[in-house]
Design a protein around this ligand. Structure first.
Ligand SMILES: *Cc1c(COP(=O)(O)O)cnc(C)c1O
Length: 388
């Protein structure tokens, strides 16, 4: 059979991390002792009390049927309680919709809002899924570069008026993947004004809000600012906070109409999140948060080991204030992909080329802090032996 793919599928760039995984596996097959600092998938286990809750929930026959809808009331209430205690934001359960991972909601929001030719404003370098949803709806991505000189915040004033007028959604992602930047209150206030002026939906991706290093300076929620709920929603996920990437559980919350729009799309695509997983998520969100605190301490030690090690070797790298990524400048004279290739071929280290996540990422590599301190030290020793 001559399988003819759809034009949309053909338009999709190869999914970066699947490509990186392939290269990693090829190196493994050659017998290399790989240190994987590539994909942002936590190596730490899901906390035991959450797994125990899942064991109990899975035995309940009521969880064996279609879950349907925006999620269980108790899940949505748990989200409201968590938002109140973490961000002092008031949410009602009908302003929350459970998602099968935030990637799912981030990729599907377009279906409710974007018509062919509509513009979607997307940060670059950035998470590839913002663009995927745009391609699948025949929208047009307009990329907002994230530059060091702007503290990796998009310059809203630089967006041409005719583009802003045609834009339907603006994606922002702080704490940021891949640059590890955090957004201040002033940025969100400006964003709300911009969204109101041009009637654009704000989609704030806050997957890394709990991976921070300074207790006195925690990342804030876009929804904590006045007017935010008039224009937008925030995506959150249990994936990074509780090491639950494989479970597929997240949510979108904020503006009720937008949340309902996403929920409507989902009603027609999937039939909700497995009830037992929602019940386990309730335990995660309402139980003790000590596990998250302990994990922040682990990431901090890893961060300090890698940033310290790279700096000693003369690399230009900032100390990240949040996320489990380190965004490092490539050694002088080397592009992102040359650096990544050298790291893999000569040190068996997997990393992500900055330009793979957007043109403005050229000249950088992203390291994920997803191996223990010993392996990070080993990685630094191997990098020290590379001749640049
Ligand atoms: C990991 C990540 C997510 C979360 O993905 P899930 O589908 O919830 O596992 C969302 N946004 C960004 C930028 C991420 O890196």
């Amino acid at each position: 059979m001559a399988l003819e793919l759809s034009g949309k599928l053909k338009k999709l760039p190869p999914y970066l991390f699947i490509e990186i995984d392939k290269k990693k596996n090829q190196a493994k097959e050659r017998g290399a002792d790989i240190i994987s600092l590539g994909v942002g998938d936590p190596d730490l286990p899901t906390p035991p009390h959450i797994i125990k809750a899942m064991h109990e929930a899975i035995d309940k026959p009521s969880n064996h049927q279609y879950p349907f809808g925006a999620g269980m009331l108790k899940f949505r209430q748990a989200v409201c309680g968590w938002y109140k205690s973490r961000f002092n934001v008031d949410l009602a359960p009908d302003e929350v919709c459970a998602l099968i991972g935030s990637k799912e909601g981030i990729g599907h929001i377009h279906l409710g809002l974007v018509n062919p030719g509509d513009i979607v404003l997307i940060p670059e370098p950035g998470y590839p899924v913002y663009n995927t949803g745009t391609i699948f709806t025949d929208g047009v991505s307009y990329y907002m570069p994230l530059l060091e000189k702007n503290n990796y915040l998009p310059d809203l004033d630089a967006i041409p008026v005719d583009i802003a007028k045609k834009a339907k959604i603006i994606f922002v992602n702080y704490p940021n993947n891949p640059t590890a930047a955090v957004a201040p209150k002033e940025f969100y206030l400006k964003l709300i004004d911009f969204a109101k002026k041009y009637n654009i939906v704000v989609a704030s991706d806050a997957a890394y809000s709990e991976i921070y290093y300074d207790e006195s300076n925690k990342p804030i929620s876009f929804l904590s600012l006045p007017g935010a709920k008039d224009v937008g929603v925030e995506f959150h996920s249990l994936s990074k906070t509780y090491n639950m990437t494989g479970w597929r559980i997240a949510w979108v919350c904020g503006n009720k109409e937008i949340v309902e729009t996403i929920s409507k799309v989902k009603d027609n695509y999937d039939s909700g999140v497995f009830g037992a997983i929602q019940e386990a998520a309730v335990i995660a969100l309402t139980g003790s948060q000590d596990c998250v605190e302990a994990q922040r301490e682990i990431y901090k030690q890893r961060r300090d080991a890698l940033v310290g090690g790279l700096k000693k070797l003369g690399w230009e790298v900032n100390l990240p204030q949040a996320t489990f990524y380190v965004w490092a400048k490539t050694p002088k004279g080397y592009t992102s992909s040359q650096t990544v290739s050298k790291l893999l071929d000569e040190a068996a280290i997997v990393s992500t080329p900055g330009n793979g996540m957007g043109a403005s990422g050229e000249g950088y590599v992203r390291f994920a802090l997803t191996v223990d301190v010993k392996r990070i030290e080993e990685a630094c020793q191997r990098i020290a032996k590379i001749k640049w």
